[in-house]
Design a binder for this molecule. Structure first.
Ligand code: LLP
Length: 489
């Protein structure tokens, strides 16, 4: 990302600050800071109030751990914004809770991946499951992405935005006959086949419909992705893919079948992977099989290494995507093979915030007891903290002027003690304050439910100083309709 500061271009971080180089930096009303120093030193020379950040965030920025460094949300004049849009304006207009995404952040993440793979013939297939809002799909389509889907529903979403079926990869262990037929008729680009039974079913259905099915076999390379056990998929004990030996047998079987066109080979070892090593190990392992297949006279056009590229939520050292891209290029060498990837989280996670309002504060008189901030978002809006004990940063949209800083558990109104968004966060909160839960662009809205008959929150896409509601708030009529239609209530 680049920005013009005093007529010179500087590489800047998501905070809008120069990463390196010299510049004169003057923010609103601040004394000028001049010199040839790192961004951190420059930042240290400016009083936090000029940057519109509260002391706590300023300190964490300077120590290099602030989520503001890698998130679409940032403070401007004391107010948390997405791009140029203050979040309070969005709350005024659409209410809370609401998911808010940044178009430019999504675009930049896509560009980062494209740049990392610039030397390698490749195609990015956005993993729809991470955030399936039509506006997001339309954006990635406009940037040149294909799609990775796992259901007929996701295929319908891709088709709804005019996505090219040829650009669609269909993954997943449990494709039903209806889903296979729908995908065959639509003419999707490739089935990632996960078992012998699935292959046999696809063969039969393709023959029946008089279609040719493009197929890649998903190999389980038995590589530890070193991530949360629920989202590791590349180990023998996981339900995904087949062993290399079984894959070889399936390729030989499928090669004989007139309705099957073997186009590639596939693997996906997990999600939120922060080290390149397991990803490269899986690639190497799958390549060995691809080379063995060539010796059997089976030529493949592509290798799909799935998604899983990790991002920062807190203080993780995320995957160095450029270094990973360079290594991938080296490993693929001069092979005449298109690389396909299926990123979801990398493109969307830090592009979005969940905007919520404090309903009630339940501060405790006893120091050993907890303080609860009950907000209007809940585990039905953001399941990740309850399901994976995932960390999401929580920041005030505006700093409450006279509130005392306490350690709060940020909880929702749902009747479960597992309903929390964050625990033990030092924040100065007052009732009715707006707060933002960060990094919810991936696996946020898509994991929402109607638990406690709560309507799903709206989704908003910010573009510069404008915003658009890209999914309206679900009403109680939306929810009751499917049951009222059925019954004699
Ligand atoms: N391809 C396949 C076959 C997948 O199963 C997944 C994710 C992806 C691609 C995209 O992975 P990504 O680039 O987003 O890491 N709900 C969990 C994540 C589940 C991931 C499932 N599969 C979470 O909130 O962390």
């Amino acid at each position: 990302m680049y920005a013009k500061i005093r007529d010179k271009e500087y590489e800047v971080d998501h905070f809008g600050l120069p990463i390196r180089g010299s510049c004169n930096l003057r923010t609103k009303g601040s004394p000028a800071v001049t010199g040839s120093r790192s961004a951190r030193t420059l930042l240290n020379s400016i009083k936090p109030k000029y940057l519109g950040i509260n002391r706590k965030d300023y300190d964490s920025v300077t120590s290099g751990t602030s989520p503001l460094e890698f998130n679409a949300a940032k403070y401007s004049q004391g107010e948390l914004c997405i791009e140029q849009m203050p979040l309070s304006k969005i709350a005024d207009s659409v209410g809370t809770p609401a998911y808010v995404y940044s178009k430019s952040y999504l675009t930049e993440q896509y560009q980062l991946l494209t740049n990392a793979l610039a030397q390698t013939p490749h195609r990015i297939h956005y993993s729809v499951k991470a955030n399936s809002n039509l506006a997001i799909l339309a954006l990635f389509k406009s940037l040149g992405a294909g799609f990775d889907i796992v259901s007929a529903g996701e295929l319908s979403r891709v088709l709804a935005v005019g996505g090219d079926p040829e650009s669609v990869i269909f993954s997943g262990v449990g494709k039903s006959t209806e889903e296979i037929n729908f995908a065959l008729k639509a003419g999707i680009g490739c089935f990632n086949v996960e078992s012998r039974s699935e292959l046999l079913r696809i063969m039969a259905q393709a023959e029946l419909l008089g279609r040719i099915a493009n197929v890649a076999i998903r190999v389980n390379p038995n590589v530890d992705a070193k991530t949360h056990p629920y989202i590791a998929t590349g180990l023998k004990e996981n339900k995904f893919g087949v062993t290399k030996d079984e894959a070889l047998a399936l390729y030989l079987l499928a090669a004989e079948h007139p309705a099957i066109n073997l186009t590639g080979i596939d693997c996906h070892i997990g999600s939120q992977i922060n080290e390149a090593e397991p990803l490269l190990q899986a690639l190497t392992s799958v390549l060995e099989l691809r080379d063995a297949l060539e010796r059997h006279g089976i030529e493949l056009e592509h290798i799909d290494i799935g998604g899983g590229f990790g991002v920062r939520y807190q203080d993780e050292s995320p995957l160095d995507i450029e270094a990973w891209g360079a290594s991938v290029g080296q490993i693929l060498g001069g092979r005449n093979l298109q690389l396909r990837i299926e990123p979801g989280r990398f493109l969307t996670a830090n592009a979005g915030v969940l905007l919520t309002r404090v309903e009630y504060l339940k501060a405790s008189d006893e120091p050993e007891n907890k303080n609860f901030a009950v907000v209007d978002a809940a585990m039905n809006d953001l399941l990740r903290p309850s399901l994976y004990q995932a960390w999401h940063e929580v920041l005030p949209v505006r700093q409450s002027s006279d509130a005392q800083t306490l350690k709060w558990d940020i909880v929702g109104p749902i009747c479960e003690s597992g309903d929390f968004l964050a625990k033990q966060r030092s924040l100065a909160l007052a009732e009715e304050d707006l707060v933002a839960v960060l990094s919810i662009g991936a696996y946020g809205a898509v994991l929402a439910s109607n638990y406690n008959t709560r309507g799903r929150a709206p989704e908003v896409l910010v573009d510069g100083s404008e915003f658009k509601v890209v999914r309206r708030r679900e009403t109680i009529q939306d929810q009751l309709r499917l049951e009222l239609e059925q019954a004699d209530h």
